[in-house]
Design a protein around this ligand. Structure first.
Ligand SMILES: [Zn+2]
Length: 376
């Protein structure tokens, strides 16, 4: 089967995160089994009652409680939603050396490239064991990879995680954390401020502290990143009920992207300190932090074999990204991880998403060479 045909099959199966990924997992399971892989499913039911499945396929070893493998190739099966008017969304369409469809770049292109690579590899004569890992719900919080990490399902020595990087190897990524802050006050007629306590004024004091904190965090530099420090964003603020009512409640979100050398809960702890500081001058200061995400970053050393190998194969220096990837969870599982894939992240998540044909083909060759080097 050609690479384009495999990708056409994959994109034809709608696997947006809001539906069960069972159909695409069934397809992948069948392909892996026919190539001689042993497979196992790690499933959970999401909050909408849908089956979400992570598939682990291995060759050269048996599946056990904690399956040890030399190399894992990791790709997420879910995609972001698509505009129903986009007619090519589920039909791979080639134009000017590009393949258009939802997921063509993020990340079904990588999965197709990996499937073709293992089809071409001399699997019977591999010395090291190889795993293919297909995850669920990456686009809505890396949930599948987190699930596998919590289960301690496998222990890969090296992993190659698919994401569109225009074939640049990525050896480090920032983490991703999110909290909602609920600030409470006391409602009253705005003509009589002393009868109430404004939750909006309280929230503003806290947001002001967060802005100062963001400045202070610039002192902890990780020069390989751009920006080279942990960033903070207050993206949403919502508070009050009317212009002439003292606000009884104000909520805002705080998102921070920690550099991997920093504990991922550092900002969370500093925010708690900020609330404690406010209480010193306002005994009734009422604010609650609700942690929603706490994903650590990852960093694989420049001296790692998988880094130097991928740098050699791509003729590109390994870089870093400022967003979260499943590589962090592979690192939790004890792996030296690298992220790479065909297509440009800036083209992903848009109507008209595409993967360049030449990058797709090159990616498959790179994976094949990586398998032969690391497992051969
Ligand atoms: Zn992705």
């Amino acid at each position: 089967m050609s690479l384009k045909q495999i990708l056409a099959d994959l994109v034809a199966i709608n696997s947006v995160s809001s539906v069960s990924n069972a159909p695409i997992i069934n397809y992948l399971d069948e392909r892996c089994t026919s190539l001689g892989f042993t497979t196992r499913r790690y499933s959970y039911v999401d909050e909408n009652g849908l089956d979400k499945i992570n598939l682990v396929a291995v060759v050269g070893t048996e599946l056990s409680e904690v399956t040890e493998v030399e190399l894992a190739l990791v790709g997420h099966t879910d995609t972001v939603p698509f505009d129903p008017h986009w007619e090519e969304a589920l039909t791979l369409t080639e134009r000017d050396g590009r393949l258009y469809a939802r997921g063509s770049c993020d990340t079904k292109g990588f999965i197709a490239a990996a499937l073709l690579a293992v089809e071409r590899a001399d699997l019977k004569n591999l010395k090291g064991s190889l795993a293919l890992v297909f995850t669920s719900d990456e686009e809505i919080g890396l949930r599948g990879a987190k699930f596998l990490a919590d289960l301690n399902a496998l222990r890969p020595r090296y992993s190659i995680v698919g994401e569109p990087t225009s074939l640049q190897p990525i050896r480090a990524g920032k983490g991703y954390s999110l909290a909602e802050v609920v600030v409470r006050g006391r409602e009253a007629h705005s003509a009589y401020p002393s009868l109430g306590a404004s939750a909006v004024f309280r929230a503003a004091r806290l947001i002001n502290r967060l802005e100062q904190l963001a400045e202070q965090l610039k002192a902890d530099q990780h020069p390989d990143f751009d920006p080279s420090y942990t960033t903070i964003n207050v993206g949403l603020v919502r508070g009050g009920t009317a212009k002439n009512v003292i606000a009884g409640e104000c909520r805002f979100t705080v998102e921070w992207r920690p550099i991997p050398s920093q504990p991922s809960d550092l900002v969370f702890n500093l925010m708690n300190d900020a609330i404690a500081e406010e209480r010193k001058t306002d005994a009734h200061f009422d604010a609650e932090l609700r942690l929603e995400r706490l994903d650590s970053g990852f960093e694989t050393g420049t001296d790692s074999r998988v880094v130097s190998l991928l740098e050699h194969l791509t003729e590109k220096r390994a870089g870093t990204v400022a967003f979260g990837t499943e590589a962090a969870h592979m690192t939790v599982l004890g792996s030296e991880a690298i992220v790479i894939g065909p297509g440009d992240i800036r083209e992903a998540h848009r109507t008209g998403e595409f993967v360049p044909v030449d990058e797709l083909e090159r990616c498959s060759e790179i994976i094949l060479q990586a398998v032969s080097e690391l497992c051969g």
